[in-house]
Design a protein around this ligand. Structure first.
Ligand code: IMP
Length: 431
């Protein structure tokens, strides 16, 4: 038995979905431990594509149990929509296949309203959130006023909480943001109705995991977003409101650190970012456009065009330390095909001095310029490579440079979107 945590090492959108899908074939249980429907992964069922934001992609495998951990914030409207679209595609989402932690927090309409009102008010200084109410829901969790999935099993508690929270939220929305107040009656009715439908899925996920451990099952912990969007370790305040680092798998799923055996960091072969915030290696030129177009870099949740740049190994090196990475999966290497020279950022120059890790101060980070190492590119199609030896020497040298600069070995290389377009150097489930 071996349990693997998959985390993003950059600003999210590293291509975790494909790697998770690949590893799910070897997993018995897939569990998400943080974030909410700000994440998104594209699923293909019988040629039909749709995007799931909450339900782990493991749902496509009949024998895999999917768990939504206590560390998530869950929008019940989105959860029910996803269940319905999976159902239409012939995948029935039953409590035998999916569980929702009773301790997970529930996104309410007032969370979305505050998220949007705040971003509108901030104007130029906005974070560029996904507008899904993620931050305000985590705020209520910390403020100890949140609605939890367990409240779906007690209608009177649910109603009481909604009414009392709305009193405060409406004051805030109308008096501070000049926004419209929200009506308690229809909200209570809608949530009571959704609670009835979701109730059968609500369980103690930590107990389910303990049983899986006891039975020697392989567990896959699926991280969302990326390390540099972490509320503690990311480019604060341009971050999400949860902890996408590997350590959060314990608190967000209800499991001890001794049960995590392999931490796999997903590294896109270049860097992207959606939303606002610092980006030292950003390319605002033709090369950036080339990468954006070839990589089809549009946000899965908001459809926004992603900002693109060279691979920033200062960022990945920080992630190796913060997550205790055991190995790396390099994704979208094929997107770089055709570029004559490739650059990787190995350090930042800050006021004439070299720094190997990202400064916390945004002002100091703003003064950082990238120190690049240049490598020759390759031109031939690499999507048919299935082992390292199939890759051109230049592509292998690129991967070796990443290993050298981060001190972490590469276990997986993705050379195309298809499941089979992969070089598996080492199976993370076989430590
Ligand atoms: P929030 O998570 O909606 O509060 O957004 C905060 C920041 O995190 C914004 O810059 C978002 O674009 C970014 N973000 C949130 N989720 C993701 C994701 O799954 N991929 C990439 N960026 C994300």
């Amino acid at each position: 038995m071996s349990n693997t945590v998959v985390v993003g090492t950059q600003w999210g959108d590293e291509g975790k979905g494909k790697v998770v899908d690949l590893l799910t074939a070897r997993a018995d249980v897939v569990v998400r431990f943080q974030g909410g429907n700000n994440a998104g992964h594209t699923l293909v069922v019988e040629g039909k594509q749709f995007i799931c934001h909450i339900i782990p992609s493991g749902i496509l495998y009949e024998d895999t149990k999917c768990l939504i951990g206590n560390g998530l914030v869950v929008d019940p409207e989105v959860l029910l929509e996803e269940m319905a679209s999976l159902d239409t595609a012939g995948i029935s989402v039953t409590p035998a296949r999916l569980s929702l932690s009773e301790k997970a927090h529930i996104i309410m309409p007032y969370h979305r309203a505050v998220d949007l009102a705040r971003e509108t008010r901030k104007g130029r200084g906005k974070i560029g959130t996904t507008g899904r109410g993620i931050g305000p829901c985590y705020e209520d969790k910390a403020a100890r006023t949140g609605v939890r999935a367990v409240d779906f099993t007690e209608p009177d508690t649910l109603e009481e909480k909604i009414r009392s929270n709305l009193e405060e939220k409406n004051f805030y929305l109308t008096r501070f943001f000049n926004a419209e107040p929200l009506d308690a009656g229809p909200m209570v009715a809608r949530y009571l109705e959704m609670a009835e439908r979701i109730k059968p899925f609500v369980t103690d996920v930590s107990l389910e995991l303990a049983l899986a451990v006891k039975e020697g099952r392989n567990i896959l912990f699926e991280g969302a977003q990326g390390t540099h969007l972490d509320v503690d370790h990311g480019t604060y305040p341009f971050v999400t409101s949860s902890n996408p680092v590997a350590g959060a798998a314990c608190a967000g799923a209800g499991i001890g650190p001794g049960q995590l055996h392999h931490v796999l960091g997903i590294v896109k072969a270049y860097t992207t970012r959606v939303g606002a915030g610092p980006f030292v290696t950003e390319l605002l030129d033709k090369t950036g456009d080339y990468i954006q177009e070839r990589g089809m870099e549009f946000g899965a949740t908001t459809g926004r065009r992603r900002r693109c740049g060279w691979l920033d190994l200062v960022v990945v090196r920080d992630s190796a330390r913060l997550n205790g990475l055991d190995s790396l999966a390099i994704t979208k290497l094929d997107v770089l095909t055709g570029l004559e020279t490739l650059k990787i950022c190995v350090a930042y120059d800050l006021d004439g001095e070299r720094t190997l890790s990202r400064p916390a101060s945004l002002k100091r980070l703003d003064r950082c310029t990238p120190v690049y190492r240049e490598l020759p590119g390759w031109s031939g199609d690499i999507s048919s490579a299935r082992k390292m030896a199939d890759l051109p020497a230049e592509a292998r040298a690129y991967l070796e440079a990443v290993e050298e600069e981060t001190g972490v070995p590469v276990s997986i290389v993705s050379v195309g979107p298809g499941r089979e377009e992969t070089v598996l150097v080492r199976d993370p489930f076989q430590p």
